[in-house]
Design a protein around this ligand. Structure first.
Ligand code: ADP
Ligand code: MG
Length: 697
């Protein structure tokens, strides 16, 4: 690459680097490194200090160090596995190097009397601290193992070695220095005020930190060079979400004014009045949807706060304006529950409702699709099948997405686009029962307006939660027996760490058989994700009707299931679940008048962290409090439910650690919009290009 030529590192493929052939290119692609810029932003997740030799006497378990000494013994030993054991000493102490794989040449090389320098991690072994498979060199003059910088360790993938990563990054850093191709996109006044170094300096520092860098700070991600990058990334993310919103605000939507007709009829038919919070949020929505721009609103409300009703009121506004409404739920079981719950409310009002999921097939499907396309179906309830190819609405005015925390920005956008009809977009209401701490909302939902239902309907008693070790399983079964004899109903929830639905179902089946043996006088049902929709619906119906007293379930019942007479829940192995998920599950009880209990039946012994987490469940029934704690303990990827999907994954920033930057990000994004609007596009491109989450917008 000729020096001085202006080049865009984002356009330079890694294959231009020395030593990168098609095979390596492919490997790099698996960790999302396609260009030289990607490589520069692929930062170490930890560092090794190989800059100095540690006395053997101070080597300890868990410490990574360079040690140097004289070989005083070398022998092949036969323990559980054959290994080569080399003892070295340096006057301060003795340590053993252990090799399970070694060649004859290696063995010959490691002779008594030779001096050796090696790098590895100390571990407790039979005869004190040993190092297993150290990197080593027999000293003869040159000393490669001692570095003059901290050694970066990069996130990598199988077969892609650290040494290789380092040489690639070396080349990238040279290219960066020569090309001056990474302009600073933070305005000078911002960098001044926040005391930021330049982007180039920050990258150089983080890839090759000097000997005196504070390791603990670097590893915590709080070094100023790291905050500098996190800030820029959060800024790019925020600007991008705001821009999406501004684009959406240019779209038009059908105005759905309150005709004061259907909602009135519905409310009159209910045995209760709306809570003040439901009324307030209902009005916020009504004010949005009477406008000609599409509503984009997130409704947060704790489990049981009555979000469904708020959504239905919005749907009725659409219907009385001769538009269709759709309610989409993330799981089949929840979608069915909505359908079954809403039917008795809406059918008497003469409203045509249909249900659609991918499991509805054949003639039934044709009929549903026809009703949707003709406009005969006024309210459509279903899973994401609602927005698949070949599914058409006649006049869709409102989309409600329930339990949205499973969907990322990308899905939100895709959904919006699906609803596009001749340039008109439906209003969109997103509901979540996982309360999202404010700092997270700013990053994850900056494109949405937000309403909070901060009140539960009256008469709810907080669920009494207890922690019980599984050694007391028999007592718990006895307790269920008594509760059911008193006419109460109970859930027994089986959990597994494995994502595998098959295994979860198996666990539930085993428990089901066990309970049938122990509780022969009680009618027991089993529900899991592998049942047919019709079977599931029948079981839920039977549980609702009280024909099933004890329901054995997998976490499929996590969201939305509503059976007020159920007042006891046992959750097996709760230590495997996140707090938000436990709170969701627990929210299935405490819905009726009687006092409810939740037994967290843990597998002992419980680690201290697990104990701390579970005791938070005992302390509080407040979803917001629990979410904050969950965030502290598990991090935002889990709380937002996006870890598995890879959505809202940042290269640099950590939403929790960098939460304090967020208000400044918001402030400066406004300033940049007025004073440096030309920076916005390149900023977004630099950090988010090609990222799934924002689509092509
Ligand atoms: P969530 O917010 O968890 O989705 P739901 O909408 O399922 O909660 O409501 C939970 C239960 O509370 C339902 O049985 C619903 O009928 C009932 N409910 C909703 N609003 C009220 C209210 N204002 N007063 C009493 N009960 C209500
Ligand atoms: Mg709900």
């Amino acid at each position: 690459m000729p020096a001085g030529q202006a080049l865009d590192l984002q356009q330079v493929p890694v294959s231009e680097l020395k030593g990168v052939g098609p095979k390596l290119e492919e490997k790099l692609a698996t960790i999302h490194i396609h260009t030289v810029l990607d490589l520069l932003f692929h930062l170490p997740f930890r560092y090794q200090d190989r800059t100095r030799v540690t006395p053997i006497g101070s080597l300890n378990h868990g410490i990574e160090a360079v040690v140097e000494g004289e070989i005083m013994g070398s022998a092949v030993v036969f323990g559980r596995r054959r290994s080569l054991l080399v003892k070295i000493q340096d006057g301060s102490g003795i340590t053993s190097l252990r090799f399970f794989h070694f060649s004859a040449a290696q063995k010959n090389n490691l002779k008594i009397g030779a001096r050796i320098r090696c790098f590895g991690e100390g571990r407790w072994g039979k005869s004190g601290v040993e190092i297993i498979h150290p990197e080593y060199e027999v000293l003869s003059g040159a000393n490669k193992l001692l570095a003059d910088r901290l050694t970066p360790i990069y996130p990598s993938t199988e077969g892609l070695h650290q040494a290789r990563m380092r040489t690639l990054v070396d080349q990238a850093l040279i290219m960066l220095a020569k090309s001056k191709a990474l302009p600073d996109l933070l305005p000078p006044e911002l960098s001044n005020e926040l005391d930021f170094i330049s982007l180039e300096d920050a990258l150089n520092y983080l890839h090759r930190p000097p000997v005196d860098a504070v390791l603990s700070q670097l590893e915590a991600g709080t070094h100023p060079a790291q905050s500098r990058l996190s800030f820029e990334e959060l800024l790019a993310n925020y600007l991008c979400l705001r821009r999406l919103r501004e684009l959406a605000d240019k779209h038009s939507a059908p105005p759905l004014p309150d005709k004061n007709k259907l909602v009135k009829i519905l409310l009159a038919s209910l045995p209760f009045a709306l809570t003040a919070a439901q009324q307030r949020v209902g009005q916020e929505i009504a004010r949005d949807i009477e406008k000609q721009t599409p509503m984009l609103r997130l409704v947060q409300g704790d489990v049981g706060s009555g979000k469904t009703l708020v959504a239905v009121m919005a749907a009725l506004h659409a219907i009385e304006n001769n538009f269709q409404a759709a309610i989409m739920a993330p799981t089949e079981i929840l979608a069915e529950q909505h359908y079954l719950n809403l039917q008795p409310l809406l059918q008497p009002m003469g409203i045509e409702m249909v249900y659609l999921s991918s499991k509805i097939k054949g003639k039934a499907r044709v009929a549903v699709l026809q009703a949707m396309a003709s406009g005969q179906a006024q309210l459509v309830v279903g899973t994401h099948a609602l927005f698949q190819e070949g599914v058409n609405f006649s006049k869709l005015g409102l989309i409600v997405v329930d339990e949205q925390h499973r969907f990322g920005v990308h899905q939100r956008l895709a959904l919006r686009e699906k609803g596009n009809h001749d340039g008109t977009y439906p209003h969109q209401l997103i509901m979540t029962a996982t309360p999202i701490p404010r700092t997270l909302t700013m990053s994850a939902y900056a494109d949405l307006d937000c309403s909070i239902i901060d009140e539960l309907p009256p008469g709810r008693t907080p669920v009494n939660t207890i922690l019980t070790p599984d050694s007391r399983r028999d007592e718990i079964i006895e307790r269920i027996s008594n509760a059911c004899k008193d006419g109460k109903q109970a859930y027994w929830v089986c959990t597994l760490i494995e994502e595998s639905e098959a295994l979860q179902c198996q666990a539930a089946e085993v428990t089901y058989t066990e309970m049938q043996q122990h509780l022969s006088n009680i009618s027991i049902g089993l529900i899991h994700g592998r049942l047919k929709p019709k079977e599931k619906a029948e079981i839920m119906q039977a549980f609702k009707a009280g024909d099933i007293q004890l329901l054995i379930a997998t976490t499929v019942i996590e969201v939305g299931v509503d059976v007020p007479n159920a007042s006891l829940m046992v959750i097996e192995n709760p230590e495997r679940l996140g707090l938000a998920q436990l709170h969701q599950l627990r929210g299935r009880v405490g819905r009726g008048k009687q006092e409810s209990h939740c037994v967290l039946l843990y597998k002992s012994p419980l680690s201290d962290v697990a104990k701390e987490r579970l005791s938070i469940m005992r302390q509080s029934n407040d979803g917001f409090y629990i979410a904050e704690k969950d965030l502290e303990i598990r991090g935002p990827g889990e709380v937002l439910g996006t870890r598995q999907t890879g959505l809202m994954e940042f290269k640099m920033a950590d939403l929790m650690r960098d939460a304090h930057l967020q208000p400044k990000v918001k402030l400066w994004s406004e300033k940049i919009k007025t004073s440096h609007p030309d920076f916005i596009e390149p900023l977004i491109k630099r950090w988010l290009a090609g990222s799934e989450q924002y689509g092509n917008v």
